[in-house]
Design a protein around this ligand. Structure first.
Ligand code: PBG
Length: 328
């Protein structure tokens, strides 16, 4: 065929035509907004490596929850810094810890907002690892009953979705069993099934005070070099009862998102993590990039790769920008 008959530019000529043939469109319903709750009242302190993200006491967390609900963002993910830490991370299932209190207060104030609970021990253990130790090893099987307690305490506090991010083997099955035994059959499990041992979590570990005090997480999180192994993790978690599968981080792993999307029939989530956020914020603060354009491009690429759910610290800004764009 002559090239004259094949002119892709015909479909790019005007904003209206482009909007008719656009394959991927972001909506506020795509997002989950993560927050960090801390002890105290009336606390709102900016996290230095994550500009415009805050340590919030429960009262202020409720205000943010109300704001995101008003914007049409359907869900909040609650992370917390506890009042105390110990060897086994017992403040993670303490019903008086900030996370549990925040979930209760948010559920009461904004009942229709979906609450996601991150289930892990690294914010709560004195050594900063995601499970309890035997010697210097993170002990997989000894950690499972602790994760069960965390999941049940969060479900009791109002979490609609339990999201285990610890990377212990067998945790999805263990948590499903514990939730069902306590009458939480309807509580959804969103598994951080494909979680890589990534340098992109750096700012989060400052935000959540969760850096390991010795060693690293390579003994339980995945090797960034592996793709086939991702599908193995996905299938194990689906067999154990995961309702939603997550890939984390996002941008360096969109090939994995796309593979997982093709492989399974359950929803796929992606976590646009703290380091990815911090890099954009730093470059934008220097005037080196157009923040709005870059963020919307990144989020669109995550959805285009196959993510149904995008967990992102950019959610509030992104929705405001999407509304601006729609009004044009
Ligand atoms: C807890 C957890 C981490 C993140 C989410 N849950 C940190 C880690 O594994 O070290 C990272 C989130 C982010 O970087 O934004 N295990």
């Amino acid at each position: 065929m002559k090239f004259n008959a094949l002119r892709p530019r015909r479909l790019r000529r005007t904003p209206a035509i482009r909007s008719m043939v656009r394959e991927t469109v972001l909506t506020p319903a795509d997002f989950v907004y993560p927050i960090f709750v801390v002890p105290g009242t009336n606390v709102k302190e900016e996290i230095p490596s994550m500009p415009n993200c805050y340590h919030l006491s429960v009262d202020n967390a409720v205000k943010v929850a109300e704001e995101i609900y008003e914007l049409g963002i359907p869900a909040v993910e609650v992370f917390g810094l506890p009042e105390y830490k110990d060897e086994i991370g017992s403040s993670a299932w303490d019903m008086t810890s900030p996370v549990q209190r925040a979930m209760k207060a948010i559920k009461e104030a904004v009942p229709d907002l979906v609450i996601v609970g991150d289930v892990c021990l690294c914010q709560y253990t004195s050594h900063g690892h995601c499970g309890c130790l035997t010697g210097h090893e993170v002990d997989n099987d000894k950690t499972l009953p602790l994760l069960q307690k965390v999941a049940v305490s969060q479900a009791e506090s109002g979490a609609d979705i339990i999201a285990p991010s610890d990377m212990m083997d067998g945790r999805i099955g263990a948590i499903r069993e514990a939730l069902d035994a306590e009458g939480f059959q309807n509580t959804i499990i969103m598994s951080y099934a494909v979680k890589y041992a990534s340098g992109f979590y750096g700012p989060f570990r400052d935000a959540a005070d969760s850096a390991p005090h010795f060693g690293d997480r390579r003994g339980y999180q995945m090797d960034p070099a592996n793709a086939r192994e991702a599908l193995k993790e996905v299938h194990l978690d689906l067999e154990e009862g995961a309702d939603i599968i997550m890939v984390k981080p996002a941008l360096s792993y969109l090939d994995i998102v796309s593979k997982v999307r093709e492989e399974i029939d359950r929803p796929v989530a992606v976590y646009n993590v703290s380091g990815e956020y911090a890099m954009v914020k730093a470059a934008a603060a220097n005037g080196w990039i157009d923040e709005k354009r870059i963020v919307l491009e990144e989020l669109t690429s995550m959805k285009r790769a196959g993510a149904d759910i995008i967990i992102t610290y950019h959610a509030i800004d992104a929705v405001k920008w999407m509304k601006e764009e729609a009004g044009k």
